[in-house]
Design a protein around this ligand. Structure first.
Ligand SMILES: NC(=O)c1ccc[n+]([C@@H]2O[C@H](COP(=O)([O-])OP(=O)(O)OC[C@H]3O[C@@H](n4cnc5c(N)ncnc54)[C@H](O)[C@@H]3O)[C@@H](O)[C@H]2O)c1
Length: 342
């Protein structure tokens, strides 16, 4: 039997964006199926590798290798940079590529612009968690966005695109320009409801039933447990905002326990403080499978480390859609030395 080398395609951000736009419900379903596959052992998702630089301590590039079985049958790698200083010079913090590898031969067959894929899978995971963790409690009418950059915008788009609407949307950001930019996005989105830009973190949290953290904070800056007395649902997407004491007074759900208890995330700090993992209630997959019940009368914190298999799932979806439309940009002769002995 002989195999052929798959053609190698490059998928630019414009094609990725066109493919994913308006498909929030499908992508949330895809992310749900991928979490279930991961929970059932149908993936390989080793720890992310953090490349850090002594001369640029706030920056990093992370490698997320992964393999997905089930219906997906694809391997690959996301390689994503975070340079927070970019925002001050007018370009996004994160930039990324995703490489997809063929399941049968291992050959890379696509390179996709992946900052959009990454933001999309992150927002879809947040919307999925809001749905599952919010069941049994009153539907939050007041949302608060703590940190108002690109990820906050994607999370809002995914919440709105999967049926959420808020009577009140609060915004808090250390940067007045970011808060104003996000407010402008909210107004243009037509989501409706009242928009309030808060000038204190406390005010934002106390006046929100659903709180989305999307800052770039490297260590906890929210420490007062009393701000959470109204027991909001918290999507802790940026992972390092909450002091361990806040987690210890909450119901804690993560995407993957081994992944999340690393790299000085708030759950990692809580483990270091208590010397145990008892403060964790389970994973989102445990909740979806009914293995873990989420009480409606306590603060619930979802801390998603972000899994490479989600990038693979969304990337493969984009690849398949672009291929189906006949618009793949194939790079001819990308793999060239194909006869072993010449
Ligand atoms: N868990 C995941 O899977 C996942 C995936 C993607 C991104 N993220 C995280 O999401 C976060 C946001 O990413 P982004 O691309 O939107 O970044 P961004 O730079 O576009 O926006 C971050 C915003 O947070 C604000 N901010 C920083 N520190 C703050 C503080 N202490 N209080 C209030 N506001 C503060 C900044 O002014 C900025 O407007 C990053 O931490 C990133 O690592 C997580």
């Amino acid at each position: 039997m002989t195999a052929t080398v798959p053609p190698f395609a490059v998928i630019p951000g414009a094609q990725v964006q066109r493919t994913l736009q308006g498909r929030e419900k499908q992508i949330v379903e895809l992310v749900e199926a991928t979490y279930r596959l991961h929970g059932a052992g149908g993936t390989v998702n080793p720890p992310s590798y953090f490349l850090r630089f002594p001369d640029r301590p706030s920056s990093r590039i992370i490698a997320l290798p992964a393999s997905a079985g089930g219906q997906l049958q694809v391997d690959g790698l996301k390689w994503i940079s975070s340079f927070p200083g970019n925002v001050a010079v007018g370009i996004p913090r994160a930039s990324a590529v995703l490489i997809l590898n063929d399941h049968g031969t291992g050959y890379p067959f696509a390179c996709l612009e992946s900052s959009i894929i990454s933001a999309t899978r992150t927002a879809a995971s947040a919307a999925l968690a809001a749905d599952w963790l919010g069941r049994g409690r009153e539907r939050p009418a007041r949302a608060g966005f703590f940190g108002a950059g690109l990820i906050a915008r994607f999370v809002h788009t995914f919440l709105a695109g999967t049926g959420w609407s808020f009577g009140e949307t609060g915004v808090y950001d250390l940067s007045a320009a970011s808060a104003a930019g996000f407010r402008g996005y909210l107004e243009r989105s037509g989501a409706g409801g009242r928009i309030t830009v808060h000038d204190s973190a406390e005010q934002l949290i106390r006046s929100s039933d659903l709180v989305v953290f999307a800052t770039v904070a490297g260590q906890p800056h929210v420490t007062d447990v009393s701000w959470f007395r109204h027991h909001p649902l918290v999507l802790h997407v940026s992972l390092r905002d909450l002091a361990p004491e806040i987690l210890l007074g909450s119901v804690n759900i993560v995407d993957d326990i081994e992944h999340c208890l690393k790299a000085s995330t708030s759950p990692h700090l809580a483990e270091q403080l208590t010397g145990s993992r008892d403060f964790l209630h389970g994973t989102l997959d445990d909740v979806m499978a009914g293995r873990v019940q989420v009480p409606a009368d306590q603060t619930v914190v979802f801390s998603p480390f972000g899994l490479g298999v989600l990038d693979l799932a969304v990337g493969k979806y984009v690849y398949d859609e672009v291929a189906r439309s006949g618009e793949l940009h194939v790079i001819e002769d990308f793999f060239h030395e194909l006869r072993r002995h010449g």
